[in-house]
Ligand binder design. Structure first.
Ligand code: BES
Ligand code: MN
Ligand code: ZN
Length: 497
């Protein structure tokens, strides 16, 4: 991505983009005489008034611009503007440019948009607009690629902008990588393939990656992961990724755990047919962990990070576990599986234990865990659980800035009664009521009392409708938040001491 410093006239691009706050269209007059007549007309007729995502494109025929066109994009009310809005506006205009087959675009980072945080968000947003989902189409599909993206900044901010753009670019690209994996159908992305893909991309960024196969999982006693995998002809796997930068302190060690169910039929407690196809993205948490760690490596995050991704296909085969079966976890705890569709928490329980074996001092898991979180928070907000409360609050703030909005949910002890089993240490589900909370309490049993965060992304990993800033499909939720956590350890490394 290019950084053009100085005058937007000199930016070597096809489309110069400028943002305008609602009701502040008069700022356009000062911007260029080359477009004044047209922007005056558009604002007088209310064709453009600065509402969020509103877009107006006009030719730049005079005034000495290298670009042939100007795009004016609405930023909404100035008082409501945030880093996340900057990111979204940049994606929206990037998607519009693609639709209009404009391949080279540059966003003007002036006014309220010239801080490093804003510039980085613009770079992330433009990069997110590059995501394309058409790889399996063979006809009627002409992918149009953005060929050159740029940010136009003042001479004065050039140095800081270069670094901000680099970061935004890397983070956006790794988000898109996760979205690509989420889109892969389950016949292409079997547990074996998914595990190898994650290990390959991790090694490509210089990370150490191990793929544990069936016999190694047996040796470790991961009865819950093995149990979930039993119903499928495709054997389960576990991927462990280690990022150990030279000179990093021994502690903290951030342990990231991501759910990697390549397809969730529900198992013997089988799901209804409607929308079952969506269950191919039940590995979105696992993809987010691996892709975030690659971004950390590329950005040279300063702390040690361990990624653990338990991977299985939840199928109702002849060897599948049955409702009522008891599984023994790697930690030694026993679980009565009363619903085989509550499989995510089973594989995560063994993975949380393993992250501790590898030395994690702080745990963060991310999973498309429960339909119940969608009922509670819809498709806008990720469910945020964990302990201690200050850790939860830190993650909430970081996620907000990263554009992964999430909100704290309670873990009151009384809910635990719902998981009581007559014959084992616990049940694997507490039923429909408070389903996202009991799922979290189940996970907590495997955190060894460490500081721990659980992100339930079942509602947010996928969108069902096209939004100006996000096309239908996988969202890459969580990647940006996880990356940010690796850069803010000063705020959380003291927890749990
Ligand atoms: N993968 C699902 C959760 C899910 C639901 C993700 C909808 C995305 C969209 C998970 O494994 C599941 O099936 N959870 C059950 C738990 C229940 C059996 C206690 C659920 O939410 O119905
Ligand atoms: Mn399930
Ligand atoms: Zn699932």
């Amino acid at each position: 991505m290019d950084v053009f410093a100085g005058n937007s006239r000199n930016a070597d691009t096809d489309l110069v983009i400028v943002g305008v706050f609602e009701g502040q269209t008069s700022s356009l007059a000062a911007w260029s005489t080359a477009t004044k007549a047209e922007t005056d007309r558009a604002t007088a007729s209310k064709e453009f008034s600065g509402k969020l995502y509103e877009t107006f494109i006009t030719p730049l025929i005079e005034g000495g611009f290298r670009a042939g066109r100007l795009a004016v994009v609405g930023l909404g009310e100035q008082g409501d503007f945030t880093v996340d809005r900057a990111r979204r506006v940049a994606t929206a205009i990037g998607l519009t440019a693609r639709q209009k087959k404009i391949a080279r675009i540059a966003f003007t980072a002036d006014g309220g948009l010239d801080s490093p945080e804003m510039i980085r968000a613009l770079a992330e947003g433009l990069t997110l607009a590059e995501f394309d989902a058409g790889r399996y189409k063979t006809s009627g599909y002409e992918p149009f690629e953005l060929r050159a993206l740029g940010i136009i900044v003042s001479e004065r901010s050039k140095v800081a902008a270069e670094e901000a753009v680099r970061r935004g670019r890397i983070i956006g690209a790794h988000c898109n990588m996760a979205r690509d994996l989420d889109n892969e159908p389950a016949n292409a992305l079997t547990p074996t393939v998914f595990a190898e893909r994650l290990a390959d991309i991790a090694r490509g960024w210089g990370l150490a990656a191990d793929v544990l196969d069936h016999s190694e999982l047996e040796r470790l006693g991961m009865g819950m992961l093995l149990g979930v995998g039993r119903g499928s002809a495709e054997p389960p796997r576990l991927v462990a990724i280690r990022y150990e930068p030279a000179g990093a302190p021994q502690s903290p060690v951030l342990g990231l755990v991501g759910k990697g169910i390549t397809f969730d039929t529900g198992g013997i407690s089988i799901k209804p047919a409607a929308d079952m196809d969506r269950m191919k993205d039940d590995m979105a948490g696992g993809a987010a962990v691996a892709c975030a760690m690659c971004a950390m490596a590329e950005l040279k995050a300063p702390i040690r990070v361990i990624g653990v991704i338990p991977i299985a296909e939840n199928m109702p085969g002849g060897r599948a576990i049955r409702p009522g079966d008891v599984l023994k976890s790697a930690s030694g705890k026993t679980v009565e599986v009363i619903n085989t569709d509550a499989e995510g928490r089973l594989i995560l329980g063994d993975a949380l234990w393993y992250a501790q074996q590898l030395g994690a001092t702080h745990l963060v898991d991310i999973a498309t865990l429960t339909g119940a979180i969608g009922v509670a928070l819809g498709k806008i907000t990720t469910g945020l659980f964990g302990t201690p409360p200050a850790f939860v609050e830190h993650v909430r703030g970081v996620a907000e800035q990263a554009g992964d909005r999430c909100w704290p949910m309670p873990l009151f002890e009384e809910y635990k009664d719902l998981l009581r089993s007559e014959i084992a240490d616990m049940l694997n589900t507490g039923g429909r009521m408070s389903g996202a909370i009991t799922a979290s309490l189940f996970l907590r049993e495997f955190t060894g009392g460490l500081p721990w965060i659980h992100l339930d992304i079942a509602g947010t990993a996928w969108t069902d409708d096209n939004k100006p800033f996000m096309p239908k499909g996988p969202t890459g939720v969580g990647v940006r938040t996880l990356v940010e956590l690796a850069f803010t350890s000063n705020a959380w490394s003291g927890f749990g001491k």
